[in-house]
Design a protein around this ligand. Structure first.
Ligand code: CAA
Length: 258
């Protein structure tokens, strides 16, 4: 895709990397940029050479939010007709793992993009928050929903109403990030982790992701039945035969991703 203006994209060793690249405005997300991110992730979803998708920001920040200057003068009807946040819904269809590495600010739409990742690693200097309240608006790309599902309504309301920024330590305590790293190591460590997952049998990785997200929105029984179907389905893969055979033969399995 040669028409990417606001992101940089690379594929190497089964890792697809997306770097947000508007550092002069702390990677503020304009509509075109969100569309580029989502389009690229969809392309990576179809790309056999990509097993894991990694996302991070160039410059001082992950992303300081939606581009305020772009929407400042919009009318409600413009927003409704534009349906600008519809791109974000497409991320819910992605079955490959998406891992974010956050350094500096992840605010507003930037925090929402971080929360759309399956796993998050953060630098010690990371700052997460929803400052929309101070602009007399509110999150519009999933922030109220994802934050509440992660930390419960009591804590979510506290952060959303105050607009304050949480530190990497607080984000870890609230279960928003997986792990903290010194700033200079966070991207390297994230890519190392991504490489480990990229070597796992890809269909197991995929079906586990699907099943875990089922747990968020469904009853326990529905979720368990869904899990069981995926479990059974994995017995149709070459990797399952190879994985169990290698165990019995006491050797390392050679997975193919099918
Ligand atoms: N939109 C547009 N431009 C932005 C931006 C944003 N969200 N965030 C930062 N910028 C720009 C600044 O205007 C500035 O540009 P100039 O150099 O041309 O003045 C440049 O990025 C650098 O920013 P600062 O000089 O402000 O840097 P700082 O270190 O002093 O402050 C900050 C950093 C506290 C993050 C501050 O930039 C800030 O408060 N940004 C806005 C954060 C925000 O309100 N985000 C929510 C947006 S609304 C939203 O996201 C809705 C949604 O749910 C989708």
């Amino acid at each position: 895709d040669n028409n990417l203006k606001f992101i940089q994209v690379e594929t190497d060793e089964n890792i697809g990397t997306i770097r947000l690249n508007r550092p002069e405005v702390l990677n503020a997300l304009n509509r075109k940029m969100v569309n580029e991110i989502v389009r690229t992730i969809e392309n990576m979803e179809k790309d056999e050479k990509v097993n894991v998708i990694v996302l991070y920001g160039n410059g001082k920040a992950f992303a300081a939010g939606a581009d305020i200057s772009e929407m400042a003068n919009d009318a409600a009807i413009d927003l409704e007709l534009l349906n600008q946040f519809a791109d974000w819904d497409r991320l819910l269809q992605i079955k490959k793992p998406i891992i974010g590495a956050v350094h500096g600010f992840a605010l507003g739409g930037g925090f929402e993009l971080a929360l759309a990742c399956d796993l998050l690693f953060a630098a010690e200097d990371a700052k997460f928050g929803f400052p929309e309240i101070n602009l007399a608006v509110m999150p519009g790309a999933g922030g109220t929903q994802r934050l509440t599902k992660l930390m419960g309504k009591t804590k979510a309301l506290e952060w959303l109403w105050s607009g304050e920024m949480m530190t990497a330590v607080e984000a870890e305590q609230h279960g928003i990030i997986n792990k903290r790293f010194p700033k200079e190591l966070v991207i390297e460590e994230t890519i190392n982790y991504a490489k480990k997952i990229a070597e796992k049998p890809a269909l197991s990785v995929r079906f586990i992701k699907e099943a875990v997200y089922k747990a968020i929105d469904n009853s326990l029984l529905e979720g368990m039945q869904y899990e069981r179907k995926n479990f059974s389905l994995l017995f149709s893969t070459e990797d399952q035969k190879e994985g169990m055979k290698a165990f019995v033969e006491k050797r390392k399995p050679q997975f193919k991703g099918r």
